[in-house]
Design a binder for this molecule. Sequence first.
Ligand SMILES: *Cc1c(COP(=O)(O)O)cnc(C)c1O
Length: 298
Amino acid sequence: MTEEHLKKIVEKIKQAFGTVDFIPLHVPKFIGNEKKYVDDTIDSTFVSSVGKYVDRFEEMVKEFTGASAGIATSNGTVALQVALYLCGVKHNDEVITQALTFVATPNAITHVGATPIFIDSSRDTMGMCPEKLKEFLETQTFQKDGICCNKVTHRHITACVPMHTFGHPVDILKIKALCEEFHLTLVEDAAESLGSYVGNTHTGLFGKLGTLSFNGNKTITTGGGGMIITNDIEMAKRAKHITTTSKIPHPWEFFHDEVGFNFRLPNLNAALGCAQMETLPNFLQNKRILAIDYQIFF
Ligand SMILES: *Cc1c(COP(=O)(O)O)cnc(C)c1O
């Protein structure tokens, strides 16, 4: 496709959507109880790190995705960082991800002290190509004491993080099988795929842990926010504990039993999230209609 040709197509899309300057990836919409719930947090003074909306929001996402647990965090990047940390990714490890993703994915890998390995994305899914992953694992790695190691660097490759680009699921079953064969922990970056399923399973629930983002350009928004979803109850407990400063519950004593993170989602943001979750089915339906429009247009 020539640049001229591309420009013409972009012009046509702009016309079709009645926009003049640019085609936005996503525009947040607040058409439900957002103001009511946010006002409620202000009236109650519970705008910060504790409050009923955090629990309610976690419950709603858990219910919607079918996960056993959801742990709200301050954004999607730190959700992924904690997920990798809890899966035992250590300093000087390597973590596999895909070439086409948002910078948050390799950033989170780097924040736990690991180095990202970029596998090519497939044209069909825009996500990690299972054939390229297989080729890499077969030719560039070896197993030592049940750990996958890089032939060149001799470092441990501990996890694999595919990402579901714009909500289009990667070929997750093939990737999961490869992760099992080569002893990699599967962590899904499902930041862009709230509402996307493979079979009856929500994206993010194929591996040990999955992470969501509620940034302003995502399917729903909390202003800023994220969540870890999982079917592993023990992992969920660890995730809640460690993202909320690792404090042992006590009426007045501050006892923290390990080095924790302050990655809590404020109640104010969670309130917005609860209202957005109520409208989510509507958002998804609109997206599907838009996708059909695009298909017809092209
Ligand atoms: C949005 C996004 C994230 C998380 O972003 P935050 O802004 O930290 O919530 C992570 N990965 C991908 C692929 C994303 O698109």
